[in-house]
Design a protein around this ligand. Structure first.
Ligand code: CTP
Length: 210
């Protein structure tokens, strides 16, 4: 009966009518979380960037592309959510200008300038009231230290930290190896396991606390 809001997948920033930048997120972790929440009887909204995954049944599904679209969709749902889990890989920068025309090639190099985009989780962390807020931290170095600093900076209750340099886990893999940290100092090192099992462990941890 709880209302659970989940974000998943990458966001996309357009450069011109044919080009864009994005990242390697496949959405698998977020979709696994959405299905687990649904199976446990939650009322689930999944806000997703472009992925090749099937849309899970019996949830509210919102398809977005850009950082701005994800932000607007999250803000619409946030105030009456009980649990918010942000597994999306949100682009931090977008091209400073969008070219209405296709950028033509020249003889030399091309330089693009980027401008900062919204940190959605930071913004909703500031608005947090009774929601349980869960973030993810994708790190290639100083995993625990960087994850702890995101937990504090973004006013989270939990953060799921994963080392993206391991070749058999993380982006696009079936498995992941994560550490779950809480604002109360809890630290749970999960073994390498499927994303479905991680989702189940995550809800066990959240449910024990409440
Ligand atoms: N996040 C977000 N908006 C952004 C960037 C990240 O909402 N513009 C959220 C992600 O969904 C994730 C958490 O913040 O839950 C951490 O994302 P991550 O990419 O690991 O870190 P960043 O805050 O972007 O920091 P950095 O890129 O410097 O590691």
């Amino acid at each position: 009966g709880k209302k659970v809001l989940i974000t998943a997948g990458p966001t996309v920033a357009s450069i011109d009518p044919v080009r864009f930048i994005t990242n390697k997120s496949t959405g698998k972790m977020g979709y696994a979380i959405a299905k687990e929440a649904r199976n446990r009887g939650a009322n689930v909204t999944l806000i997703s960037g472009p992925t090749s995954l099937d849309i899970p049944r019996n949830i509210n599904f919102v398809r977005i592309s850009s950082n701005e679209e994800m932000k607007n969709a999250v803000l619409k749902e946030f105030s009456d959510s009980d649990i918010v889990i942000k597994s999306a890989a949100v682009a931090d920068y977008k091209p400073r200008t969008y070219s209405e025309q296709k950028i033509k090639k020249g003889d030399g190099d091309l330089e693009l300038a980027f401008t900062r985009d919204n940190d959605i989780l930071l913004e909703i962390g500031k608005k947090k009231q009774n929601q349980i807020l869960v973030g993810f931290a994708a790190e290639s170095q100083n995993l625990k230290e960087n994850a702890k600093s995101k937990l504090n900076k973004k006013n989270l209750d939990y953060i799921v930290a994963n080392d993206i340099t391991a070749s058999d886990t993380g982006f696009a893999s079936e498995d992941n190896k994560v550490i779950i940290l809480s604002k109360d100092g809890l630290e749970i090192n999960l073994d390498k396991m499927s994303k479905e099992k991680i989702a189940s462990n995550l809800f066990d941890i959240i449910a024990q606390k409440r």
